[in-house]
Structure formats: structure tokens, C-alpha cells
Design a protein around this ligand. Structure first.
Ligand SMILES: O=P(O)(O)OC[C@H]1O[C@H](O[C@H]2O[C@H](CO)[C@@H](O)[C@H](O)[C@H]2O)[C@H](O)[C@@H](O)[C@@H]1O
Length: 316
């Protein structure tokens, strides 16, 4: 069902009081289709009994609130503890649009896997069994001597991305508030702090420049233009890659949970639906079209959900 149809069907659920005021809001009606994962927790966990839960988390808007300055999207101490607790109970990964190192700097937990650049930069101790002969998978050792396998399907785009970032910064420097963020294998052009009357000009500049780079695409997000190489890879493919990684999700009875708030998270929701089991959960305080089955209102509810999940594991 499209958003317009969904809105129309929601409007049918609205009742009016004697003054003609709606008594049921859109959100309440939307919740009947995407129930709160907190309210449905007991039911979800009954279905999860005996299965190997793995947890996937998005970062911005899920583990941290949306703020004006992308460099200040810190997570709360409570959220960090909840993620840590969950990661002690279940294999856990963060799949973010950001540069992988930046997500690690925000989260600073060593017991989880990180995938940056919308899943185009994955680092795991062993790599995915299905990609061992793949040319984009390579080994590395960190400063502490830990060995990693890095999967970077957009590696050959790096020189072009560097060039595009330089051009975008030059081109947009006259627009106050515009921010070009280097996410390594992709680029974010932020307009959250751009005057409303200048947003279309900025978008036009970016679109015109990107016409010269046919093997890149632009997608949307929260007051951001996301520029990515046109390859068959996204957060859904990254989720599948991690599920094929020994020590993470390669059990036969795996049950993935994915929590995310944005357009690019829809690919991961879709992947879970394709697998046919698991819980795709959208973070939203307003009704929206989504492939997620469940919902949570905001990062505070995400914290509660993660704490419940860890407590449930300790009790079973
Ligand atoms: O996949 P994610 O972890 O959700 O990353 C998506 C983008 O998130 C960030 O931008 C968004 O959050 C900022 C901080 O709250 C906000 O200022 C911005 O308006 C949002 O679009 C991040 O800065 C981007 O690089 C990510 O691609």
C-alpha cells in the first residue's frame, strides 16, 4: 500500500468528537499496522524461543537523537550500557551510513561488529563464508595485533569519491549551513541548517554536479542527500553478509532483529522479510510508509527495548 492509500485508510479510523475534532490520531492508527515492539515484546519473544537472535542497529536517529550538527550526535550513557548488555547476550552489529571509524568513535564498544558507509565497509574477525574468494575481501591487523577481514565492495570508487567531495565543497561553500560529510565510500550533503529558501538551490547544485558521475546515485534521508556508488550493495546486503559470517549469524536457526529509522534502513527491513523470519523495527514518532513490522517511537524507547531484550536472555 502506498503512503497516500495508507493515509486514506488511516483517515477512516479517525472518529470525530462533538466539536469536529479527531479523537484518534494518525499515529495511533498507524500503530495498529506497526505495533510497538515494547507492547508486543512478550509475543515477539515467544516466537523467538529456541532461535539464535542476532541484533542489527542503525546509528543516527536510532541509537542517538537527530541533532543539528552531525559531529555532535552522541549517544547517551544509558544507551551505551543497553547496547553493551545486548552485545553480551547476542551477536550485535551496527550498520550505519557514516564512516565506520566515526561510528566506532561515538559508540566505543569492542564487543560489536561495525559496518559503515551504508554497509559498504564491513569489518569482522573472520569474514563471510560466501565471500572468501571475492576480490573486495581483504585481511588486516590492527594496532593491538587483532586480525580482521574487511569487505569493501566499492573500493575502486575511492579516488572518484575524493574528487567529488572536493568539488562539492567548492561548489556549495556559498550556501550557509550546507555540510559535505565524507563517509569514506559515500558522501552526505546536509541541509538541516540551510535557510529554507536556499535548499532547492543547494539540491540543484548537487544534482547538476552529479550528472557528470553516472555511476553514482543520490538517495534521500533526514534533511540530507546521500551520494553512493551505483553498486548492488546496501544495508540489506550487509545484513545478509553478516548472517553468513561465522561467529555472527551462520547458525541454521538464526532470527535477526533490525532497528532503524531512515530510508536506507528499508533495504534491511526488506532483507528480513525476504528471509521470512525476524523482526524489522522502525523508529518513528510519526506515521510513515515502511517495510518494518514493528515500531519504536524514539531512541529512548530503543534503549528500553534493548534493556528488555538483555533482561529476557538473562531470565531464559
Ligand atoms: O545510517 P545512519 O547511521 O542512520 O546514518 C544516516 C546519516 O546520519 C547522519 O545524518 C543524520 O543525523 C545527523 C545527526 O543527528 C543530522 O544532523 C542529519 O540531519 C541527519 O541526516 C550522518 O551525519 C550521515 O552521514 C549519515 O549518512
Amino acid at each position: 500500500m502506498g503512503y497516500v492509500e495508507e493515509k486514506e485508510s488511516l483517515s477512516k479510523a479517525i472518529r470525530y468528537d462533538d466539536h469536529g475534532e479527531p479523537t484518534v490520531d494518525f499515529y495511533t492508527s498507524w500503530l495498529t499496522k506497526h505495533p510497538s515492539a515494547l507492547n508486543a515484546f512478550g509475543q515477539m519473544m515467544s516466537a523467538a524461543k529456541g532461535k539464535d537472535i542476532v541484533v542489527f542497529l542503525d546509528y543516527d536517529g536510532t541509537l542517538s537523537r537527530i541533532v543539528q550538527d552531525p559531529d555532535k550526535a552522541f549517544m547517551t550513557g544509558k544507551m551505551r550500557s543497553a547496547v553493551d548488555e545486548v552485545a553480551c547476550c547476542f551477536p550485535t552489529a551496527i550498520i550505519s551510513g557514516r564512516h565506520r571509524d566515526k561510528v566506532y568513535d561515538f559508540v566505543k564498544l569492542d564487543n560489536i561488529y561495525y559496518a559503515g558507509s551504508h554497509g559498504m565497509d564491513i569489518s569482522t574477525p573472520s569474514g563471510s563464508s560466501k565471500y572468501s574468494y571475492y576480490k573486495h575481501q581483504s585481511r588486516s591487523t590492527d594496532a593491538k595485533g587483532n586480525e580482521y577481514v574487511n569487505f569493501r565492495p566499492a573500493f575502486e570508487f575511492l579516488p572518484t569519491i575524493a574528487k567529488i567531495i572536493k568539488l562539492l565543497k567548492e561548489e556549495t561553500k556559498g550556501i550557509k549551513g550546507a555540510v559535505v560529510e565524507d563517509n569514506k565510500f559515500c558522501i552526505s550533503v546536509h541541509y538541516r541548517c540551510v535557510k529554507e529558501e536556499e535548499v532547492d538551490t543547494l539540491k540543484g547544485m548537487v544534482e547538476t554536479l552529479m550528472k557528470n558521475y553516472k555511476n553514482f546515485r543520490i538517495s534521500g534521508g533526514k534533511k540530507v542527500m546521500e551520494i553512493r556508488p551505483k553498486i548492488d550493495w546496501n544495508k540489506g546486503r550487509a545484513l545478509q553478509y553478516l548472517l553468513d559470517t561465522p561467529g555472527f549469524g551462520s547458525s541454521t536457526d538464526v532470527l535477526p532483529i533490525y532497528i532503524g529509522d531512515d530510508e536506507t534502513d528499508e533495504d534491511a527491513f526488506e532483507a528480513i522479510r525476504r528471509i521470512g523470519r525476524g523482526f524489522p523495527i522502525v523508529v518513528s514518532s510519526t506515521p510513515k510508509e515502511t517495510k518494518a513490522l514493528y515500531s519504536l517511537r524514539d531512541p529512548t524507547e530503543v534503549t528500553s527495548f534493548l534493556s528488555c531484550l538483555a533482561a529476557w536472555r538473562k531470565d531464559t
